[in-house]
Write a protein that binds this ligand. Structure first.
Ligand SMILES: Nc1ncnc2c1ncn2[C@@H]1O[C@H](COP(=O)(O)OP(=O)(O)OP(=O)(O)O)[C@@H](O)[C@H]1O
Ligand SMILES: [Mg+2]
Length: 122
């Protein structure tokens, strides 16, 4: 299992979401974040404290999938988030030990995403 953590522009989320739903990946989380990439925040000193300014708003997507599905999800993100301009964002892939569906107590890869037609969305 892996967690795909992607920092993207807000406007690329809807097309990514639509494609992931189509491909059987309905389960994800998003958070509005602020950050900077290699262009750095501009560092300012204000009354003795160092402040980071110009951190930019981004959307963070977190999506946990089986190892076999990592490429599919990463490709969907790239398809819609890549403009070629600086600040397109970044994708991190992290190992995940286990997952537990609280409702049933079941664990493992089966709890991650909906692949079966019989598993109807809630
Ligand atoms: N190493 C990192 N660790 C944590 N978050 C990061 C890292 N790199 C980028 N981010 C997050 O991703 C966002 C987008 O980064 P950004 O696209 O500017 O990366 P970059 O490496 O500077 O690439 P580019 O040159 O295309 O701008 C940042 O605002 C930040 O929220
Ligand atoms: Mg950057």
């Amino acid at each position: 299992m892996k967690k795909i953590e992607a920092f993207i522009r807000h406007e690329s989320f809807e097309p990514i979401r639509t494609e992931l739903l189509d491909k059987g990946f309905p389960s994800l989380s998003i958070t509005e974040v602020k950050g900077s990439g290699r262009q750095k925040g501009v560092v300012e000193t204000y009354r003795g404290s160092t402040l980071e300014v110009n951190v930019r708003p981004k959307l963070k997507i977190e999506c946990v999938v089986s190892d076999d599905d990592v490429k599919t999800v990463v490709d969907s993100i790239l398809t819609h988030a890549q403009t070629g301009e600086v600040g397109d964002g970044k994708i991190f892939i992290l190992p995940v030990e286990d997952a537990v569906r609280i409702r049933t107590g079941e664990s493992g890869e089966e709890v991650l995403q909906a692949h079966e037609e019989s598993e109807m969305p809630e």
